[in-house]
Design a protein around this ligand. Structure first.
Ligand code: NAD
Ligand code: ZN
Length: 294
């Protein structure tokens, strides 16, 4: 059966801890690490789908799961992108106002002050020795790159970049910030929304909004990686945001294995072949040690 791949960022259902996986839950931690290591070593193309949980121990809050931002404040609506397109100028005015949404400002500052943790570094080590071929990350924080990973696709974009909605040209966020800083408040508003030097299109943050299509080139790379893969590590994600959550399902459908690393049960747990419960700053280094990487 072919799973249709959605192209727009949409939300599925978060099952939290309600799902109970009796068979896999009873396997001792050490045994799960060992069978994950064996599965990885016998696979030919291992990739990872990464979520906010990996960066939780770098001080960046998750959205769902225990302590997640949206568990306290509720989720944003599904029409974020429509709202942006309807009135990009007003959207930008709110965007540069730190007081407009204090939670969002806190989240952005957490990213700007963060550093990679042991989990990011262990993944970078797995890539360096050729065991891990690619990471599809839902994180927008850029910490994979700082940790040294290079084969990374940021499926939900990057906090550090801006993107033209017409031609997909990307520019560093700092360029826009520097341009706006040079002007007094009254002048700033005239510069909004910023426009693309290449085609005159409207510039928005590279991070993908709910209801927005994942840029074509990005989605193609993800699907290309998924089609080559026979084993996926699903790391620190509630696996409720589509199309990202469909990637492990596609690999499983092609006969590949799913190894889940997450302290909690997720929507994907029932499909997983191996589950490693725990915080990823411990579980990924334990796995790399078992794989013989120092
Ligand atoms: P999510 O917030 O929906 O789920 C977080 C998951 O991480 C949960 O399953 C939780 O059990 C798990 N988790 C919590 N602490 C963990 C730890 N120490 N180690 C491992 N796992 C841990 O995250 P999501 O599935 O990535 O979806 C949220 C969306 O929001 C993504 O699209 C992402 O783009 C964005 N987001 C990004 C960041 C970031 O860039 N760091 C942070 C929050 C949200
Ligand atoms: Zn453009």
């Amino acid at each position: 059966m072919r799973i249709p791949i959605p192209t727009e960022l949409t939300k599925g259902q978060y099952l939290g801890n309600e799902e109970y996986i009796p068979k896999l839950m009873n396997i001792p931690y050490e045994e799960s690490i060992e069978s994950a290591s064996n599965t990885i070593l016998s696979a030919s193309y291992v990739i990872a789908l990464v979520g906010a949980g990996l960066s939780a121990e770098s001080g960046i809050p998750t959205f769902r799961g225990k302590g997640g931002l949206w568990m306290k404040n509720g989720e944003p609506g599904p029409n974020q992108y429509k709202t942006f397109l309807k009135d990009p100028k007003s959207w930008w005015i709110n965007n540069i106002n730190e007081k407009f949404d204090p939670e969002r400002t806190k989240f952005r500052k957490a990213i700007d002050n963060s550093k990679p943790n042991k989990g990011h570094r262990a993944l970078s080590k797995m890539e360096f020795v050729g065991i891990l071929k690619h990471q599809i990350t839902q994180n927008v924080d850029g910490l994979h790159y700082i940790a040294g990973s290079r084969n990374v696709t940021e499926i939900h974009g990057s906090r550090h970049q801006m993107r033209c909605i017409d031609c997909e040209t990307r520019i560093p966020r700092q360029n826009i910030e520097m341009l706006l800083e040079k002007h007094p408040s009254s002048e700033k508003i005239k510069l909004l929304p910023p426009t693309c030097n290449e085609c005159g299109g409207i510039i928005k943050p590279d991070t993908v909004m709910f209801g927005e299509s994942i840029p074509n080139s990005v989605l193609e790379e993800c699907m290309n990686q998924a089609s080559k893969s026979d084993c996926i590590l699903v790391i620190g994600t509630s696996a409720t945001v589509y199309p990202a959550a469909s990637i492990p399902q596609k690999i499983k459908n092609n006969g590949g294995k799913i190894i889940e690393l997450n302290p909690s049960t997720t929507s994907l747990s029932k499909m997983a072949d191996i589950i490693i419960r725990g915080q990823t700053s411990h579980t990924i280094p334990d796995l790399t040690q078992k794989l013989g990487l120092q």
